[in-house]
Design a binder for this molecule. Structure first.
Ligand code: ATP
Ligand code: MG
Length: 342
């Protein structure tokens, strides 16, 4: 089966061709047109600007994905498109494009949940997955622990009560005047810093639930940055704060994930979303699981499939298409608040 994936939920215009032959995925193309440079000027995504860029880019991106994937409309078995959650003005561009192509080419369409797709990015690697599975989703808009007993079956066991992990990285970068998006910049600076230089809180670490909270941590960074005790014009101080903030965030994420893995007798842990690209998080989670639960399998997504892309949309779409879970073209709608549930 060959799927054309389309993604425009936030600020990346993306299209991909993914093939699944006898259960094995091959990503034939994965084209992402990023708007990062445009949104860096405003320090965050301006929805109206993002939508205009999607309109400009969507058709060239789809054409490039077909070309690089050596596919024509005849080869496509289904179109998978993100219909939510995300920015309504951005989602609409991908949704209307998918509907138009499906109508003209006479192809079935799968409505894909963007968070489900982040999770399914891990399946592109074709590694064996055993259930029950626990997914730690850490992105720009979400921080969630999702329990899966089987494909398509989701139970939310924990989520952030305020900022998402990626959002916290972005806001801390703004406080430290480092640029946008904050995650990759902070992560790079953290490499040269001392993670023990600042004694930052580990919010909700001792709390019995699997919920998270990152807004207090961000505020702690703000207060430290305003304190006369430190000179934040110094590169060393910035690197130390980046490392201390990154470590505090990673500590909470891995401790809660490990505790949930033990309690729910999880066989596979998956990391997903933009923050899954964070090297410290990947390394510390691996180390913690190997020490505490050596039998548990850890799946880490390929770095190309962490932040928004359409390969993950096509992979998630495949699991629905194989069960013929298509949506009638006239009923496909962008749903900015679509929460993942079974
Ligand atoms: N190496 C990294 N370390 C930490 N954070 C990172 C890294 N790379 C990217 N991020 C963060 O990942 C986020 C973007 O991820 P993603 O594209 O999944 O989010 P989104 O699509 O905006 O949100 P959502 O998926 O929740 O709708 C940003 O907040 C960015 O700072
Ligand atoms: Mg995303």
């Amino acid at each position: 089966m060959i799927i054309l994936g389309i993604e425009t939920s936030c600020d990346e215009t993306a299209a991909a061709i993914v093939e699944n032959k006898r259960g094995v995925f091959k990503v034939r193309s994965n084209v992402v047109s990023s708007q990062i440079k445009i949104h860096a000027k405003t320090g965050g995504v301006v929805p109206e600007v993002a939508a205009r860029e999607h309109i400009k880019n969507i058709l060239p991106v789809v054409e490039q994905a077909l070309k690089e994937g050596k596919a024509t409309q005849k080869d496509i078995d289904a179109i998978a498109v993100t219909t939510g959650p995300g920015l309504i003005t951005s989602l609409i561009v991908g949704v209307e494009t998918a509907k138009t192509l499906a109508h003209v080419w006479n192809k079935p369409v799968v409505s894909v949940n963007h968070i489900e797709a982040h999770l399914y990015a891990n399946f592109a690697s074709n590694k064996k997955v055993s259930f029950p599975l626990l997914a730690l989703i850490v992105s720009g808009g979400h921080t969630e622990l999702i329990l899966m007993k089987k494909h398509g079956h989701y139970k939310l066991i924990g989520k952030t009560r305020d900022d998402a992990a990626g959002e916290a990285f972005d806001k801390v970068a703004k406080i430290l005047k480092l640029g946008y998006p904050g995650g990759p910049i902070i992560s790079k600076l953290a490499n040269k810093g001392n993670a023990r230089a600042f004694d930052l809180p580990r919010p909700m670490l001792k709390d019995k639930t699997y919920d998270f909270s990152f807004s207090g941590l961000k505020t702690a960074v703000l207060y430290e940055s305003q304190s006369k005790k430190h000179n934040f014009n110094s590169k060393k101080k910035i690197a130390d704060m980046s490392a201390s903030f990154e470590q505090a965030t990673v500590d909470v994420l891995i401790k809660k994930t490990t505790r949930a893995t033990k309690e729910h007798k999880i066989k596979t842990v998956l990391l997903a979303g933009g923050v899954a690209a964070n090297k410290k998080l990947r390394a510390d989670l691996k180390k913690e699981l190997q020490t505490e639960l050596p039998k548990v399998e850890l799946l880490l997504p390929d770095l190309d499939y962490c932040t928004d892309n359409a390969a993950m949309i096509a992979v998630a779409g495949y699991f629905h298409a194989r069960k013929k879970e298509f949506t009638q073209i006239s009923k496909i709608q962008a749903d900015p608040n679509w929460e993942l549930s079974s």
